[in-house]
Design a protein around this ligand. Structure first.
Ligand code: HEC
Ligand code: HEC
Length: 400
């Protein structure tokens, strides 16, 4: 199966696969080097501590990065005061040890109402060209973060109608008054929702995961970092037999990757044959993917290709959390989609007419399955999952 060249032009197969470690490393250094010089609008004091091989994230001109803003964002991210009833923080649904996912099939908002989607991990979210599972119009973290804070259908943090009360909690807290002043030094009255969103977005941009065994092997020259089994799994992942790499490609193992210097818009949305409720390719009501936003029949069931970084800790999987394990995920791809046996969503997803040609099924030996799993495990970055600069400041400072 071949793809239109431009669709996947920005994706690179790891050079290590071809045995040119030096090249990969050189490109990595070049990327990092270039990036530091031409960050638009970035605070001159801000320096990205990017892992080797990682390009510079795009940053909106009106929200340059700064250490004070990132630190404020970290406090806000972990603070339950941000939800109207002080029941939830961002971290309630985005837990660091789970790659900033929440371990549930579907998340619950602060009033206990169930959300229609699975909470995805936030590793490398700075590189996403679009945010959330299927919305093509949410292109910046600043735009996305409004939703959990103010969304009413469903309520997540439920601030709408409680704006003054929520803001008052921060205005009346001497430590926050200082942190906001440091983060927004040119403003007389910096404690605003606009600035809360800017700080949260800046913090989320620093959630960069690039120190997994795969990274150590691929970009840092550490031959022993990946087991032989994981290396065999990598070759399978990048083979025309499994086809995974066509969608989960590049340094972030995703289709939706953007960064400084990239101008084309990656097309991230794919139908992987999970449902076929009417025999004509329909997905369940309320979970139709890109179709919900475009109304184009061909967009039925298309969801964003998720990054596979830290995927071993972000279970359960898929937009609706209906795959419990990575084994279940491999079963789906091996079958060329999913047959849902009973219930309201019954149907043969493998025969979904909108399904990508890359999801056509394959047979794996037991050893090959073990190898693919070992490769996926090699994308788990323990440093990231316990990085103190991303962790709950209230636990370490003991102030909450
Ligand atoms: C009630 C649970 C919940 C809370 C609270 C919550 N989120 Fe989320 N978050 C989710 C879910 C579910 C999604 C996927 C939404 C979708 O696709 O429709 C998501 C998506 C995101 C994304 C998009 C990630 C991507 O790869 O596209 C970001 C960024 C994010 N959340 C940050 C935050 C921040 C910052 C806060 C606090 C202001 C927050 N979230 C609060 C559940 C939650
Ligand atoms: C046609 C593009 C495509 C191909 C090929 C593909 N994937 Fe995916 N993958 C996706 C999309 C899209 C999703 C999200 C689907 C959804 O939730 O509806 C996904 C989700 C996943 C997830 C769950 C991620 C999460 O956080 O929930 C895993 C794991 C995964 N893919 C692994 C693989 C592996 C392994 C292969 C090769 C056997 C593969 N994928 C091939 C597009 C693809």
């Amino acid at each position: 199966m071949t793809a239109p060249a431009q669709l996947f032009a920005h994706l690179s197969q790891p050079a290590r696969l071809l045995g040119t470690a030096g090249l990969t490393l050189a490109i990595g250094i070049l990327w990092v080097g270039c990036g530091l010089q031409d960050q638009p609008g970035a605070d001159s004091k801000w320096e990205w501590a990017l892992p080797p091989g990682f390009p510079t994230p795009k940053v909106p001109e009106d929200n340059p990065m700064s250490a004070a803003k990132v630190e404020l964002g970290r406090f806000l991210f972990y603070d339950r005061k941000l939800s109207f009833n002080e029941g939830q923080s961002c971290a309630s649904c985005h837990r660091q040890e789970l790659g900033f996912s929440d371990g549930l099939p579907l998340s619950f908002g602060t009033t206990g109402v169930m959300l229609p989607r699975n909470s995805m991990g936030l590793a490398n979210v700075a590189y996403q060209s679009t945010l959330t599972w299927a919305n093509p119009n949410l292109k910046t973290l600043e735009d996305q973060i409004v939703i959990p804070m103010f969304g009413e259908e469903p309520v997540e943090m439920g601030i709408t109608g409680h704006e003054e009360e929520v803001l008052g909690r921060f205005q009346g807290d001497a430590e926050y008054v200082e942190r906001f002043a440091a983060a927004f030094p040119d403003e007389d009255d910096p404690i605003t929702f606009g600035n809360i969103i800017k700080a949260l977005a800046s913090f989320c941009r620093t959630m960069i995961s690039g120190n997994s065994p795969y990274d150590k092997w691929s970009y840092q020259g550490d031959e022993g970092a990946m087991s032989l089994s994981a290396k065999r799994g990598l070759n399978l992942f990048f083979s025309e037999q499994l086809e995974c790499f066509h969608c989960h490609g590049g340094f972030n193992f995703a289709l939706s990757t953007t960064y400084e210097g990239i101008n084309d818009e990656p097309f991230a949305f794919q139908n992987t044959g999970l449902y076929n409720v009417d025999g004509e390719g329909s997905y369940p009501v309320g979970a139709t993917g890109l179709y919900e936003f475009t109304g184009e029949p061909g967009d039925m069931g298309k969801f964003r290709t998720m990054s596979l970084r830290n995927v071993t800790v972000t279970a359960p999987y898929l937009h609706d959390g209906t795959a419990a394990t990575l084994d279940d995920m491999l079963d789906i791809y091996a079958a060329g989609g999913r047959i849902v046996e009973g219930g309201a969503n019954a149907g043969d997803g493998t025969a979904n007419p909108h399904k990508s040609g890359f999801v056509s099924g394959f047979v794996l030996t037991d050893q090959q399955r073990i190898d693919v799993m070992a490769f996926l495990e090699s994308l788990t970055d323990e440093t990231f999952l316990s990085d103190p600069s991303l962790s709950d400041p209230f636990v370490t400072s003991g102030s909450n």
